[in-house]
Design a protein around this ligand. Structure first.
Ligand SMILES: [Fe+2]
Ligand SMILES: [Fe+2]
Length: 147
């Protein structure tokens, strides 16, 4: 896969995750505001967690061997990805465990805060290792076998 193809696939997944996050946040805000029509908050968080886990696996599979050699900051970029993923998994696990146990109001507040943290996480990833300046097709990478 070319770096530009990797970038496109991972950014498309970020966009899909952002859509699920928007739906989840809208439901959480409806609950917080006491509106009568509510959605399935737990179902949305589960769907979001599945999408994020699949994306993180794909991100690591496509980038962990590649990112360290991409430029002089490759090692730092890899460290950011590893750290971000550990934090993100922990946050989602806390949310998933907490939502069924918490009152709807408390769960909704937690979800809104989680969505903000996840948005910031994806922004940091896009700056650290998913930018056009990092995943360039003219980068020469050792051990790249698919041309
Ligand atoms: Fe990630
Ligand atoms: Fe990501």
């Amino acid at each position: 896969m070319k770096p530009s193809e990797i970038r496109l696939e991972l950014l498309q997944q970020h966009d899909q995750i952002r859509v699920i996050m928007e739906v989840t946040k809208t439901i959480a805000e409806s609950i917080s505001a006491g509106r009568p029509r509510r959605g399935d908050l737990s179902g949305c968080v589960l769907r979001l967690a599945d999408a994020v886990r699949a994306h993180n696996c794909r991100e690591e599979a496509l980038l962990l061997d590649f990112i360290p050699s991409v430029d002089a900051w490759g090692g730092a970029r890899e460290a950011i990805m590893r750290k971000e993923h550990i934090q993100e998994h922990a946050r989602l696990d806390v949310a998933l465990r907490g939502i069924p146990l918490a009152s709807p109001d408390l769960a909704a507040v937690g979800v809104v805060a989680l969505m903000r943290l996840m948005r910031e996480h994806m922004d940091r990833e896009e700056a650290a290792f998913l930018g056009e300046d990092v995943l360039r097709d003219d980068v020469v990478v050792a051990n790249q076998t698919d041309g």
